[in-house]
Design a protein. Sequence first.
Length: 261
Amino acid sequence: MNAHPGSAEITVQVAPGLALFVPHKRRGGATGLKVDGTSSLGHVVESLGVPLTEVGSLVVGGRDVDVSYVPRGGESVEVRGVVRPQDVPGAPLRFLLDVHLGTLARRMRVLGVDTAYEAVDIGDPALATRSAAERRVLLSRDRGLLRRREPWAGAYVYSDRPDEQLRDVLDRFAPRLRPWTRCTACNGTLRAATRDEVADRLEDGTQRSYDVFAQCADCGNVYWRGAHHSQLERMVADALAEFGPDGAARTTTGTEPLPHD
């Protein structure tokens, strides 16, 4: 940020888990920043590259302050990460993922987490507007998208590997897990179906080989325990073993993103 005439300097200490957002020359300890006496602390933190979705608290002189606080010269600021599990008040916990997180979206749906996702890029403004309109937590690896003011809530996805992405989201938000209850194609709810009810949607080989089916109440897609079901069962078992059906992690992870394998 540009300093105005007569501007002063503050010292900012960013939590280690948020260091990846900060330019390399400003990592590794406290950094000095010019302030102009009018810009909010939220603006100052964003000027460092840290999305406010990743900030759990801002501490000045030993006390928590709001992002609207205007810092004064000589003050020391701590930028702390989100405390996990993160509380998202005011609505049922639901998610919206951007176009680059399709695998994560499907895995969240397998676990029964309400997850909206578009397979085509509808653009940042539309995503932000949908997050606000439907009160969904917007998940993205796009820092610019998370800096927009419109989303109802948001979170940065730290890894580019789907296994790590899933663990990070479950650890951070502790959603209730209800495996096999959502359609992986449209996020609709699944219901048990008989072979006769779905016969017109099945090939002859599938009709002969399987007895247990489910069908999406919204789009009509039919599901059965096919060749890849064992892989999905392992993913579900691992999630339930680590986080439980209510999403409460069995291990304490503090305020940092889960480490990469």
